[in-house]
Design a protein around this ligand. Structure first.
Ligand SMILES: Cc1cc2nc3c(=O)[nH]c(=O)nc-3n(C[C@H](O)[C@H](O)[C@H](O)COP(=O)(O)OP(=O)(O)OC[C@H]3O[C@@H](n4cnc5c(N)ncnc54)[C@H](O)[C@@H]3O)c2cc1C
Length: 525
């Protein structure tokens, strides 16, 4: 079956939905999303969204904080653009109905997180993402020219490869004509032709064993674009959030927002020592990579499974009012954070790299844009400054919609793309082959490609992943399409890219730390 749409948007988080709401002003939009509309990383965002809103903050301070966190690898032109456009995108969200907390005097209740030198995080309690997701969903559901296809899984991007051409990585002019998308409920693959395709598929957290990301975050967009011969960059920079609730049985890991440390909570080791001061003069408010490595080190030195986050010295009512989500969640597990310390561990949280895009979100593949966490814009460099990701998605979604909208009249559907070929494929009888391989990928990545890396660990990871790659490709070719096998394939692709990029970086910078190259190659920054 073939379908046609002007804008094919893959993903229903802040990036995909914001794009859709702007693009619908000039054309028909189809959003495909592999689970329910609300199943996104966006919904989980707690801390907030960063923008300069009032004095003494100013653009230069936000730019500077972002550049410092990025370890000299950010693109300064992009940082300047995002920081300057951020307040307008926040105003758009407010206009659409997102409400950010205010103080009694009517000004915004701005929070501060690690790495920020000023209070500039707008938030809705500690449920900012939920509020943004809900508002955007209401808006897209009210647009007649936005079609929403839930439980539709994008498998493969359509390029000249599907017209029989040999498309290699140095192919001069790859074009994207849409995607093969599996309707998971009716179990059929649809050829979705588009004039413009948007990859807004979010993060990669499930490449690792423990992650704050929901189960949708399997790096599908990065893997699809890589296979289509698009450029991927900076994938070695995986942010491990320093403080997720220690609870080995639970997936995804529950994040204890950094804003709690901004509010005064302090990290302690199991002996009760405020160990962060030994690692950084900013103590518990040092940037995430430093805090995550420090916790990892404390746990390794003492052989402990977690450290403590202590807020018992803070005003109990203020805590409950500002962090109701964390409070309720901890209470469900028998931890009253006004009296008890919270056990925390670092876990995979955010991918700073991704599909390389230009200032308008356009990838090196013509007619293909990438937005949000799946993209690499140059904003984050080697490490993301907290709360800079929601705003990056909003800024780029706006720019990409305007940029691609101006091209729409010049583009046509590529009707020669064939429908999906089911020949030679059958139902997979043993799902254990997939579930076991998925666990193996996650073990390999967590054990060898985590917070601290080395040449020998990376080499070992590559050799083991290669075996899984060969096995999975053989299985994929003879199996009918299922979500699980596609995700496994994508996890392996993403794992491979992370390892390859980590191996190529002979220095320690930002989120990439190798014991074989403990220093920064260039000391400019
Ligand atoms: C616990 C947590 C807390 C966070 N807190 C903050 C914060 O306070 N501030 C901040 O700025 N950032 C925060 N982040 C990061 C931020 O939430 C994400 O980077 C951002 O929401 C990503 O938005 P997105 O639109 O790119 O992707 P997502 O919101 O993840 O949406 C991805 C979409 O793509 C769909 N999809 C994926 N693959 C396919 C496929 N093959 N076919 C079809 N659909 C597909 C998914 O189903 C989903 O709809 C947090 C993240 C987490 C997990």
């Amino acid at each position: 079956m073939k379908k046609r749409t002007d804008f094919l948007v893959i993903g229903s988080g802040i990036a995909g939905l914001t794009f859709a709401l702007e693009a619908v002003k000039v054309g028909k939009v189809t959003i495909v999303t592999k689970a329910n509309l609300e199943d996104t990383n966006t919904r989980y965002a707690q801390g907030g969204i960063a923008a300069v809103f009032s004095e003494p903050d100013n653009f230069e301070k936000h730019i500077n904080d972002t550049l410092i966190a990025g370890g000299g690898i950010c693109n300064e032109e992009i940082v300047r653009m995002v920081v300057h456009e951020a307040p307008d995108r926040i105003k758009d969200l407010i206009k659409m109905g997102v409400s950010f907390d205010k103080k009694e005097d009517g000004t915004y209740d701005l929070a501060k997180e690690g790495g920020h030198t000023e209070y500039r995080i707008l938030h809705h309690k500690d449920r900012t993402g939920e509020s943004i997701q809900k508002t955007l969903m209401e808006k897209v559901r009210n647009e007649a020219n936005i079609e929403i296809l839930e439980h539709y899984f994008a498998i493969e991007l359509l390029t000249q490869h599907h017209l029989g051409e040999v498309v290699k990585r140095n192919y001069p002019d790859v074009k994207c004509y849409g995607a093969y998308v599996a309707d998971l409920i009716n179990q059929q693959v649809i050829t979705l032709l588009s004039k413009v395709t948007i990859v807004a598929t979010g993060g990669i957290g499930n490449v690792y064993l423990t992650t704050t990301n929901p189960e949708i975050a399997t790096g599908d967009g990065v893997a699809m674009v890589y296979r289509a011969k698009g450029t991927i960059e900076n994938m070695e920079f995986i942010q491990f959030h320093p403080t997720s609730l220690y609870d080995p049985e639970r997936k995804p890991s529950f994040l204890i927002t950094e804003a709690l440390r901004g509010y005064g909570a302090v990290l302690k080791n199991l002996s009760g020592e405020k160990f962060m001061n030994r690692y950084d003069s900013r103590g518990s408010l040092a940037p995430r990579d430093i805090v995550a490595r420090a916790i990892d080190n404390e746990m390794k030195i003492w052989g402990d499974d977690h450290v403590w986050l202590d807020c018992t010295h803070l005003n109990p009512e203020g805590l409950k009012d500002h962090f109701p989500n964390v409070y309720e969640h901890c209470l469900e597990r028998g931890i009253d954070f006004t009296n008890d310390m919270i056990p925390v561990v670092p876990c995979a949280h955010y991918s700073c790299g991704g599909i390389k895009v230009d200032i308008n979100g356009q990838s090196n593949i013509d007619r293909l844009y990438a937005l949000g966490e799946a993209s690499s814009t140059g904003l984050h460099g080697a490490n993301r400054l907290a709360s800079n990701s929601l705003i990056e998605a909003a800024v780029y979604a706006h720019r990409a919609a305007i940029h691609s909208g101006t091209r729409l009249n010049d583009l046509t559907f590529e009707e020669r793309i064939p429908v999906w070929d089911y020949k030679g494929t059958t139902h997979l009888e043993e799902m254990v082959l997939i579930t076991q391989s998925t666990k193996e990928v996650q073990m390999i990545m967590s054990n060898y490609v985590g917070i601290v890396r080395s040449d020998i660990r990376l080499e070992r990871a590559m050799v083991r992943l290669d075996i899984l790659y060969e096995e999975t490709e053989r299985l994929y070719k003879k199996s009918l399409i299922s979500k699980k096998i596609c995700e496994l394939r994508n996890l392996i692709n993403v794992g491979y890219i992370i390892i390859k990029m980590a191996k190529n970086r002979h220095e320690s910078v930002g989120l990439h730390y190798s014991i074989d190259y403990p220093k920064r190659a260039s000391s400019e920054f």
